[in-house]
Design a binder for this molecule. Structure first.
Ligand code: UDP
Ligand code: MG
Length: 139
């Protein structure tokens, strides 16, 4: 996979609140092309695996409960410098620190329930994309 791709999840709170259309509009308007997308729900084992880097953190169990409580929209996105551009578009982890107009500023309710995921490196973008999609599902 080229390094101009990133991976995102519109988290369960975004689906529950009916915000997926508005968030996808922001993503499209920012110039990202959708390479793959699906509505899916992670199992507890999948979420523990996906977030294994955080397994020693105090918020880990709450994070797994949150991310598995309902469906998410998983997607692979393409744009020049996709990882960095997308992290800028979504804003800081804590929505109270997220810049005006960013997706987390507009749609997140707390540092825990923060609306959206974005990969933090090209390497993780590839790992996370493959976690949710086969090569045949990425266009
Ligand atoms: N999280 C949390 N409490 C914290 C930090 C993070 O519940 O103090 C959750 C939040 O949903 C966040 C996810 O764990 O998006 C992964 O944390 P990370 O530090 O990787 O933030 P991100 O890369 O999503 O901005
Ligand atoms: Mg992260």
């Amino acid at each position: 996979m080229a390094t101009n791709r990133t991976f995102t999840m519109l988290k369960p709170d975004s689906v529950e609140k009916g915000n997926t259309g508005a968030i996808l509009e922001k993503i499209n308007s920012a110039g990202f092309r959708i390479i793959a997308m699906k509505l899916t729900q992670m199992s507890i084992d999948e979420a523990r695996n996906f977030y294994s880097i955080h397994k020693e953190r105090p918020f880990f169990n709450d994070l797994v409960s949150y991310m598995t409580r309902g469906p998410i929209v998983a997607a692979v996105l393409e744009k020049e410098d996709a990882v960095n551009e997308f992290r800028t578009l979504i804003g800081s982890t804590d929505p109270t620190a997220a810049a005006e107009g960013t997706i987390r500023n507009l749609f997140a309710s707390s540092i825990s329930e923060n609306a959206i995921h974005g990969s933090d490196s090209d390497e993780n973008a590839l790992i996370e994309s493959r976690f949710h999609f086969s090569e045949e599902e990425m266009f």
